[in-house]
Design a protein around this ligand. Structure first.
Ligand code: HEM
Length: 238
């Protein structure tokens, strides 16, 4: 996943690393699909094999595309959000202490993290010639639209630049909007909440390692940190 999504053009000018990684993901998911054809279970791949659209099942190419999308959309996003989450909480002791003391705040904290660090940029093809603030965009051009500015829009959120872990209401669009809105948002919220609660139950106090280079990676779809090395003092138990 990392090589597929976080290899820069400079590192991979002819795209060989990314293509190889994408092929490996397709092969990995294809092998799971083949297995589920023989051994159907109570899982999403088996469910997709049962799907009928206009009365027919998905062909191999369609199924491969859906599984590839699920793999990337499901893993890269949550992994990146965890990076921003732990960076924020390592740097903001008050927020960290509040959710450690009161885990019932974890759901609203997740929403505020999603708003404040809206990591996804969506892409669209324009259907007509348009001009945006003096910039001409031709019909059929591909545009990349980061969601982050909308989620820090002061017209939509009071004190938009402040992180408020109990913000309510919090109608962010970190999961997009409209027909392509994130299909995995409930799972993503759960994963992030469980990570917050379990981590802070065990490791309430930590900091980013001194002189760590977090390595901002602005990908076409997801903005992430390369690594967030944390340090803490193990409890002696007892
Ligand atoms: C914090 C984590 C996540 C964030 C911020 C996020 C964000 C988004 C956004 C903004 C879109 C809309 C894309 C567009 O309009 O072009 C989207 C679509 C999608 N997401 Fe997520 N997502 C997350 C987690 C997940 C998970 C866990 C899964 C699956 C297990 C998932 C599966 C998908 C899929 C399949 C789509 C495409 C839906 C479509 O085109 O109809 N996402 N996601």
């Amino acid at each position: 996943m990392h090589q597929s999504q976080h290899t820069s053009h400079a590192e991979d000018p002819d795209g060989r690393i990314r293509d190889g990684a994408d092929r490996a993901i397709h092969e990995f998911m294809g092998a799971i699909a083949e297995d589920r054809k023989k051994n159907p279970g109570n899982d999403i791949v088996s469910g997709l094999l049962e799907c009928r659209v206009d009365g027919r099942p998905f062909n191999d190419q369609e199924l491969g595309g859906i599984l590839y999308l699920l793999f990337l959309a499901g893993l890269d996003t949550v992994a990146s959000m965890l990076g921003w989450t732990f960076m924020h909480l390592a740097q903001h002791t008050d927020d960290r202490k509040r959710i450690t003391a009161d885990p019932t705040l974890s759901a609203s904290t997740v929403e505020e993290l999603l708003r404040y660090y809206s990591i996804v940029s969506i892409t669209r093809h324009t259907t007509a010639d348009v001009e945006m603030k003096g910039c001409p965009i031709k019909k059929g051009d591909r545009v990349i639209v980061p969601l982050a500015p909308a989620d820090r829009d002061p017209k939509a959120f009071p004190d938009a630049m402040d992180f408020q872990l109990d913000r309510a209401p919090n109608r962010h669009i970190a999961f997009g909007a409209g027909p392509h809105r994130c299909v995995g948002s409930h799972l993503a919220r759960l994963e992030l909440r469980v990570a917050l609660e379990e981590w802070h139950r065990l490791i309430p106090d930590y900091a980013i390692a001194p002189e760590a280079d977090l390595g901002l990676r602005v990908g076409m779809f997801v903005t992430s940190l390369q690594s967030v090395p944390l340090e803490w003092t193990p409890s002696t138990g007892g």
